[in-house]
Design a protein around this ligand. Structure first.
Ligand code: GAR
Length: 203
């Protein structure tokens, strides 16, 4: 009798980046170490050429793509191309991991409830591209990070996980962001584990 190979069904994700992708690297490491045993990174994409996030993914043997914002006549055309490209991988979730471009309605509708974003502040405080800088400038004593389901707004949508990070008197934007990212990586990995386990249980 043939041995039935009961292959586990992995949750497929596409990760979008705009920069260095250090949080993405933590996810890649967790997948490779078997800590996220039921997560499959189908592809990593960027909105511009030459990101380290795409480079390090390619080096890890992950499929990569660029939907270069500058190559499109307008935001709607770029948004359409990005949506189609992401859909082509049939992902269960799309993860914005330092993806610094606002996606439009077509994308949000295509990935309704399955587009996950991480943000380096305690949302709804300090949304936008400078969450760490804005928290420091305001003078709050505690900030943090948030993992949430992204909707059509800027860093808005239902919160999945959130954790506080204390601001130290001599913090710079860089030192604070690095401490936040340590927590952010842990939350992102925990969120992916939750979602993958839920998907596996429902299968
Ligand atoms: C992360 O801190 C992420 O939360 C932030 O960009 C950083 C990317 O770092 N995203 C936003 O600010 C979105 N509004 P990384 O490229 O080193 O992973």
């Amino acid at each position: 009798m043939p041995v039935v190979n009961r292959r586990m069904v992995a949750m497929r994700i596409v990760v979008l980046v705009s920069g260095t992708g250090s949080n993405l690297q933590a996810v890649i490491d967790a997948v490779q170490a078997g800590e996220l045993r039921n997560v499959d990174i189908a592809a990593v994409g960027a909105d511009k050429k030459g990101t380290y996030g795409v480079q390090r993914s390619a080096e890890a043997g992950i499929e990569t793509f660029v939907v270069n914002f500058k190559d499109y006549a307008d935001r709607a055309e770029w948004n359409h191309a990005l949506t189609q490209k992401c859909l082509s991988y049939a992902p269960d979730y799309v993860i914005s991991s330092g993806f610094m471009r606002i996606v439009g309605e077509e994308f949000i509708n295509a990935f309704d409830g399955t587009y996950i974003n991480t943000h380096p502040a305690l949302l709804p405080s300090f949304p936008g591209a400078h969450g760490v800088r804005d928290a420091l400038a305001y003078g709050v004593k505690v900030t943090g990070c948030t993992v949430h389901i992204a909707d059509a707004g800027v860093d808005t949508g239902p919160i999945l996980r959130q954790e506080a990070v204390e601001i130290l008197p001599d913090d710079t934007e860089e030192s604070l962001h690095e401490r936040i990212k340590v927590v952010e990586r842990r939350l992102l990995i925990a969120t992916l584990r939750d979602l993958a386990n839920k998907a596996e249980a429902a299968h």
